[in-house]
Design a protein around this ligand. Structure first.
Ligand SMILES: Cc1cc2nc3c(=O)[nH]c(=O)nc-3n(C[C@H](O)[C@H](O)[C@H](O)COP(=O)(O)O)c2cc1C
Length: 200
């Protein structure tokens, strides 16, 4: 038992549909035996990456703000859930900025070849993407998925799984769809179980 699963909420609505799905998934991970933490990204106080490139030579970012305590949390997690609505056909700005600020991990991994995530952790870190969209288009998640996959790669998380829910403008209230709530819980529990297996 053990293992830490972090959930990043990209929606600014703490009681919204994405938040409800993330809570279900985190409950699943907890029921699989993981410690969980939810981070509501839009309320964090930090700036976008300013391309200072301090991280080219250092393990940290020179900008000191509410990203600072997140770096060790991202380095040490065992499972990650990114839960986000599609906005303007991609990832909402604040969550995207969090991902961009993880250039600290990119520089260490690809430029200095000294990944910040310890080797024994690297093979076992799994990431789940929960996406919801207002529209019901086959391509609506294409942009967001590419961004999430790149982010997972940079922070050494395997793109383990996804739950993509289209047509929220028609569904409106996710609580009217117990099948989707159950799907989120199940995905979270499976992610938690995969984290447990990786730690063994
Ligand atoms: C600023 C903004 C931009 C959006 N852009 C898109 C979009 O490009 N494509 C889409 O399918 N839905 C779009 N949506 C709809 C949201 O993805 C949808 O309403 C979602 O259910 C919101 O989730 P939440 O209530 O948990 O935040 C947008 C919503 C907002 C607020």
């Amino acid at each position: 038992m053990g293992g830490k699963v972090i959930g990043l909420l990209g929606s600014p609505l703490p009681e919204g549909n994405t938040a409800i799905l993330l809570d279900r998934a985190l409950q699943g991970a907890a029921d699989a035996g993981c410690e969980t933490e939810k981070i509501v990204v839009p309320f964090l106080d930090f700036e976008p990456c300013m391309e200072i490139f301090f991280c080219r030579d250092h393990e940290t970012c020179q900008m000191e703000d509410e990203m600072t305590p997140l770096y060790p949390k991202i380095r040490d997690l065992d499972g990650l859930i990114v839960a986000s609505p599609v906005m303007t056909m991609g990832i909402p700005g604040k969550l995207k900025s969090l991902m961009d600020r993880c250039q600290v991990f990119f520089m260490a991994k690809y430029m200095r070849r000294e990944a910040l995530v310890p080797k024994e952790k690297r093979k076992a870190r799994n990431g789940l993407y929960i996406g919801i969209s207002g529209m019901n288009l086959p391509t609506v998640f294409d942009g967001a998925k590419m961004t999430v996959a790149a982010f997972f790669d940079v922070i050494d998380c395997r793109y383990w799984g996804e739950l993509l829910i289209r047509d929220m403008d028609t569904i409106r209230d996710i609580r009217t769809r117990p099948d989707l709530l159950e799907a989120a819980y199940r995905k979270g529990k499976e992610l938690g179980a995969s984290v447990q297996a990786g730690l063994r």
